[in-house]
Structures are given as C-alpha cells and as structure tokens.
Design a protein around this ligand. Structure first.
Ligand code: UGA
Length: 460
C-alpha cells in the first residue's frame, strides 16, 4: 500500500529517508525552508555526498513519486504521515536544542487535515514526541493525529544500503492507528523479512541514544586498550582478533583509531551525559565516554611530538585524512581534525589532504595548509600521519610518498597500510595500538618497574 508521506527537513536524515521511501513505492514530498536547496534537489543535485543517493534521487524524481517543496501547507494537508527530520544541534553543555523540532510542530499544526500520523525522525530526548503532540494540540485543538517515534540507525556513507536492509525498524507508538501507518510504510522491507520492533514512544526515543552510546563506549574502551598496547607492548590488532572470537563481543565495530567523531556519537553521548547530570547519580560510566575519547586524540598528538623530537614550532606534518571517517565529506567533530588541532596548538605546521573533505575542512579549520594530493601533503614533512581510513591511502605509492617526505616517520592511526610495504619503502611505521619501534626499549623498562618495586616492598 502506498502511503502519502511528507518529510519536514531535507538534511542528511530527511533526504535519505525521502529518497528511500519514494523508492519503496510511497508518494513522498520533502519540505524545506531553504528555497535554493529545494531548487537543487528538484533538479537532481543531491547536495550531500552519500553513496547511491544521486541515482535514487534522479530515478524517483523521474517516477513522480518524489517531489521537493517549500510550501508546508499543501505538503501537510495531503499527508497520511508527517515525519519531522530537522536538526537538533548540541549546545556547549551537551543539551540538545529542540527549537527546530518545536518550530516544525508549530508549522505543521494548522495544516493537518483528516487523520494524520506525526512522527519525529530526528534523534530526540525521551518526552520530545509527546511535547510535539502537546504543541500541535495547543495550536490546532481540532487536529486528528497520533504520534509515532521512528528513530533511524543509518550510518553516513552506507545510509541507502542500510535503509533498504535495516537490522531493525523501530516503531514507538501507543495509538494502534499510528502503528498501522508505520507498518504500512515499512511493509516492503518487512515483507522481505527485515525485523520490525514495536515499543512505547519513550522506549523508542531512549533506544536510539542507547544504541549510539553503546557503540561509542565500545570504541572508547577499545581505544583505551590501544593506548595501553602503545605503552606496554602488545598489538591491538591481535587483541581485537581474540576479542572478536568471543560471540558475546562479536567482530564488528572494533577498528581502533584516533577516536570516534561525526555528527552523531559526540552529540548523542553528550546529550545522554547531560541528561544523567540532571538525574543525580545516573550515568557514571556514560559521563566518562567523551573525556576518554578526547584524551585519545590528545595522546596521539603527543605521540607524534615525542617520536619526531623536532622543536614543535619547526615540525612539519603531512596529514592524510580530514573527514570523521572514510566515504563521506563530513568533517563535523572529526577525530582527524582534533589531532591536527592539538599539533597546531603545539606550534606544528600542518599540510593536509583529504579525498572528499577539503571544501568542508577549509571552513572548519584555520591556520593549516591544504595540499592537492597525498604526495604534496607529504612534501618536506618530518612525519606523515594517516588520520582517516580512505581506500585511496591504501593504494598509495609508498616509495613516492617516502621520497616526498623529509623525515622517515609514518603514523598510521587507522592501521590501513600494509606493514611490510611501508617498511620496505623506507618509513619507520608507528601503528595505532602498537608501540613505536624506537620506543620498544623504554617499554621493557616501564613494564619491569612495578615488579621490582613490589619486591623491594616485600623485603622491607
Ligand atoms: C552513527 C551510528 O553508527 C548509526 O547507527 C546512527 O544512525 C548514526 O550515528 C546517527 O545517529 O545518525 P555515523 O555517525 O554515520 O553513524 O558513523 P559510524 O560509522 O558509526 O562512525 C562513527 C565514528 O566512529 C567515526 O569517527 C568512525 O571512524 C569511528 N569508528 C567506527 C571507529 O573508530 N572504529 C570502528 O570500528 C567504527
């Protein structure tokens, strides 16, 4: 059954959802206040970098199932389901600014006609869906509507693929009519065996934060073990091999690196930590996740400064990677940029290159230079640092890179390069989660200390 869906907001979540729901056969209108963006989207320009998005956008515009508009009134009047997918920007203290969600509720309310399901797709604290309901009921007491919470679990770079093959669809509702519309929307996926979980509205809201917080905590913990390996020996890759053989831990989402970033994990973990502060002693562990992640980035910058042993103000670093992960142009809360900022503060000069994030990075980072490719970034550098796991970096001509750099140190903070090939090219390789070659002797000395202290205590 085709459902008339109207999506408010054409950001990352709204646009992906609009394109995919149209592709599943629904009749979709996506609304945004930004007229220039609407014009570009209507012309088949996806505006953001997302694998497979352009193809689906163009195909569904052509089929007539997808249109873009800046007219809220018509778009809402026609809809069986209105999805709110606007931004929820984090504030400095971690709390989520819900102004855009509340404005969307106010904008929708007067135009609701006939029974309509109103759904918040944006990631929002528990209670927000009900708040939206109250705002609508206040603005339009005669509106006939029911609430549905339908959080998304999509990863940037794989959003289309994951939308079409979700591990689960979550529908939080208490009105059976809302659930029925939600089920109809996702029927093309559930018919193919994809699981649909129904919960209360609050559970759906909390589950989204819980999922991101679990994943972020997993990475923070993993990177703390990478820190430990870097200092006392051991190799995090071998440790991960052991961990992932335990089915309770599993093999996924265990890539060590410079910490997590992006527009979701830092924001969502910050929001939960903020919430916990207001709940007295709740969330002791949760509150340590972001500081742990920040320490990781600081430590990696310190590692570079220590290994290079060049006066920081003379130090030239070739930085490969600026985006928060590969296959995106997004640099929001990028761990790559966090490491660069620490190096910059120490006085180092940075020449950076990224396959897709240069334009965004130019807006986000000041006082660094940008190179046209990886070799240019390495030119004259005391050290080259891989900060994002781009496929392009795996295929580098390492001899050419070594010839460009002035120093022999190569820091592979995503462990993407082939160890032997890097060393054959004449680099000294410093991997994430493994001690630096030049520091192996110190490690033995450090590891030996506590035992000898213990013995002398026992003797005295
Ligand atoms: C994340 C979640 O994975 C999605 O399920 C969720 O829907 C989304 O947030 C959201 O809330 O909208 P995303 O931010 O696109 O998705 O990025 P991830 O692929 O999860 O990566 C987040 C960060 O963790 C990146 O900096 C990445 O490099 C890092 N990461 C990820 C690792 O360092 N190691 C890993 O093994 C995996």
């Amino acid at each position: 059954m085709s459902v008339k869906v109207t999506i408010v907001g054409t950001g990352y979540v709204g646009l992906t959802t609009a394109v995919c729901l149209a592709d599943l056969g629904h009749d979709v209108v996506a609304v945004d206040v930004n007229a220039e963006k609407i014009a570009r989207l209507s012309a088949g320009d996806p505006v953001i970098h997302e694998t497979g998005l352009k193809r689906l956008l163009v195909a569904n515009l052509a089929s007539g199932r997808l249109t873009f508009s800046n007219q809220m009134s018509d778009a809402v009047r026609r809809a069986d389901l209105v999805m709110i997918a606007v931004g929820t920007p984090p504030q400095a203290d971690g709390h989520v600014d819900l102004t855009f969600v509340e404005e969307a509720a106010d904008d929708i309310a007067p135009h609701l006609a006939g029974f309509t399901v109103v759904c918040v797709k944006s990631t929002v604290p528990a209670g927000t869906n009900r708040r939206v309901g109250e705002l609508i009921a206040y603005a339009n007491p005669r509106a006939d509507f029911a609430l549905l919470s339908n959080p998304e679990f999509l990863r940037e770079g794989r959003a289309i693929e994951e939308f079409m093959n979700p591990e689960r669809v979550v529908l939080g509702a208490e009105d059976p009519r809302a659930l029925a519309v939600g089920r109809a929307v996702y029927e093309p996926l559930t018919k193919r065996g994809r699981p649909l979980l129904t919960t209360s509205i609050e559970s759906a809201e909390v589950a989204k934060y819980a999922a991101n917080t679990f994943l972020a905590a997993r990475l923070a913990l993993l990177n703390e073990f990478a820190d430990i390996c870097e200092q006392v020996g051991g190799d995090i890759e071998e440790v991960v091999g052991v961990l992932s053989a335990d089915s309770r831990i599993g093999p996924h989402f265990l890539e060590p690196g410079p910490g997590f970033g992006g527009s979701c994990f830092p924001k969502d973990v910050g929001a939960v930590a903020y919430l916990c502060e207001g709940l007295g002693d709740a969330g002791g562990l949760i509150r340590t996740i972001l500081p742990s992640n920040a320490r990781r980035q600081q430590r990696l910058a310190r590692r570079i400064l220590e290994v290079c042993a060049v006066e920081p103000r003379q130090l030239r670093i070739g930085a490969l990677g600026l985006t928060f992960k590969a296959d995106t142009d997004d640099v929001r809360d990028s761990p790559a940029i966090a490491v660069i900022e620490h190096l910059k503060r120490a006085g180092a000069h940075i020449l950076a290159y990224d396959p897709a994030g240069m334009a965004n990075a130019r807006q986000a980072v000041t006082a660094i230079d940008f190179a046209g490719d990886a070799y240019e970034a390495a030119a004259g550098a005391h050290a080259v640092v891989v900060l994002t796991e781009w496929q392009e970096f795996r295929a580098l001509d390492l001899a050419k890179l070594r010839a460009a750099a002035s120093g022999p140190d190569l820091f592979d903070f995503r462990n993407v390069l082939d160890r032997q090939a890097v060393e054959r090219a004449g680099f000294i390789l410093h991997r994430t989660g493994a001690a630096s070659p030049s520091r192996r002797h110190d490690r033995v000395a450090v590891a030996a200390q506590p035992r000898s202290r213990q013995r002398s205590r026992a003797r005295s």
